[in-house]
Design a protein around this ligand. Structure first.
Ligand code: GLU
Length: 476
């Protein structure tokens, strides 16, 4: 039996995972999902979840993007235990490790100019070989290096092994083996001494004692390089799990065309964080047929098994369905604080109006977003202005006496829908009318619209005084 070293080293230590976004835009769904997996895995083992901001790409990194990541993580409740660590604040440490590697001979100064490197690559391409650095400045026992060119700042290259393979048991993809012959002597520091991307990741994962690197499979190609550098440093190797990307329903890489891809667009549209988390957890991971589960349950289940090898497809309808589920479970007072500012923007008047949490209780059953509830709830919070033509159509002479009778009975009936419903039936029977003949004009006069929840529920929420006053203004 072959024992995989990474697995045995990692499993004996406390679990430490990390989310390491580059702050170059918003927190997208794919990033949030790998963050969720890393977080849940740490929680599963009572381990530590580290947040690290990979901000070394100065041209593309912005403080706004850092904030967007932090906001997104906070909204989702993916609380980190350590960090955020910023790579830009760790430059001294990277330089220190580079100096150490130069000292130990696992890295070397390379004075080849970019033009020379390009020329050597060109020669290799022409010879049908994989283009790579030809090792001109790579020190070997007994080898004489070229004379040092004047006035040229060297890069630092990692001395990648020339032979053998790099192999790891990817937690998601299974065994991956890459020949060292395929790999270049990676530049780890630029002529000005600044470290390069893969190198910073390695030093960080090492220093932060990361045991499990869970990330998008767009990083698979970086992994053998990172493993070789870790080995050269004598560092314990983490386990790697590369999660396939999220695709749109059309099989294309997820993009704005498929709807919002930024996590923070979802609270703005009225999605609940628990719905988003539940949805993301099921994107590329499964636990039998379970679709709806809490994060507590997810953390108890999530052990990196059952991650799918094939890309997941983003399905906005399913997200909306899950959101509806959590809206139904959510406390109405909580939903009220979410919709109230939106309704105020729409001119809602909350004075002498029904209790908003109660209205929400009536409306939330079919809502796919919290914002939908806010829109629907407006009928209780603005002055009804029925369309004149509709009013003429429904408020006919034939129904006027019935409505007057109804208004009179309103004064004394017990004001709850269980009493209002039979009272309406009595009015219908007394005037030999059918339900819509009275419900439609009532809806128009009381709310200004024909589509409303059940009329008895609407009456109860509007309240006796409002109902009578609004009816009188038409009957008078
Ligand atoms: N900073 C990388 C990214 O945002 C992730 C690096 C990693 O997880 O190793 O894609």
């Amino acid at each position: 039996m072959t024992v995989s070293t990474p697995a045995s080293t990692a499993s004996s230590k406390p679990i430490r995972t990390r989310f390491a976004p580059s702050p170059t835009g918003y927190l997208h769904l794919g990033g949030a999902r790998t963050a969720l997996f890393s977080w849940a895995y740490a929680r599963h083992f009572g381990g530590t979840f580290v947040l690290r901001i990979e901000d070394t790409d100065l041209e593309r990194s912005t403080p706004e993007a850092v904030q967007a990541i932090i906001d997104g993580m906070q909204w989702l409740g993916l609380q980190h235990d350590e960090g955020p660590f910023y790579q830009m604040r760790r430059m001294d440490r990277y330089r220190e490790v580079i100096a150490q590697m130069l000292q130990e001979g696992t890295a070397y100064h390379c004075y080849s100019s970019p033009a020379e490197v390009e020329a050597m690559r060109e020669r290799m391409r022409a010879a049908g070989e994989k283009p790579r650095y030809d090792g001109t400045w790579r020190p070997e026992p007994g080898k004489t290096l070229p004379p040092l060119p004047a006035d040229r700042q060297p890069v630092v290259r990692f001395k990648n092994p020339l032979d053998g393979d790099v192999s790891w048991d990817d937690v998601v993809k299974g065994n991956i083996t890459i020949s060292n012959r395929e790999m270049d002597d990676l530049v780890i520091a630029r002529p000005d001494g600044t470290p390069t991307y893969n190198f910073c990741v390695v030093v960080d994962d090492w220093d932060m004692q990361i045991t499990h690197v869970i990330r998008g499979d767009d990083h698979v190609n970086n992994t053998p390089r990172q493993i070789n550098i870790l080995k050269a440093l004598g560092a314990a190797l983490p386990l790697y799990g590369h999660v396939p990307m999220i695709l749109g329903a059309d099989g294309e890489k997820l993009s704005k065309r498929h709807g919002a891809v930024s996590v923070m667009d979802y609270p703005a549209q009225g999605y609940l964080p628990e719905a988003m988390l539940n949805y993301l957890a099921r994107l590329g991971w499964s636990h039998g047929d379970d679709e709806i589960f809490s994060m507590e349950q997810f953390c108890a289940w999530f052990d990196l098994d059952h991650l799918s090898k094939s890309p997941a497809q983003f399905n906005p309808e399913k997200l909306a369905w899950i959101n509806n589920h959590y809206i139904k479970l959510a406390d109405n007072a909580r939903l009220a604080t979410m919709v109230k500012p939106l309704m105020e923007q729409d001119g809602a008047d909350f004075s002498n109006a029904p209790d908003l949490p109660k209205v929400i209780g009536l409306l939330k059953e079919r809502a796919h977003t919290v914002n939908e509830i806010g829109v629907a709830a407006m009928l209780f919070y603005r002055k009804p202005v029925p369309d004149a033509a509709l009013l003429t159509q429904h408020f006919t002479d034939a129904v006027k006496p019935a409505l007057a009778d109804f208004a009179a009975r309103c004064a004394s009936v017990e004001w709850k829908k269980e009493s209002l419903a039979p009272m309406i039936k009595e009015v219908l029977a007394a005037h030999t009318l059918k339900m819509p003949q009275i419900a439609m004009p009532l809806r128009l006069m009381l709310t200004g619209q024909l589509q409303t929840p059940a009329i008895d529920a609407v009456l109860e929420l509007l309240g006796r005084d409002t109902v009578i006053a609004r009816l009188q203004s038409y009957l008078a």
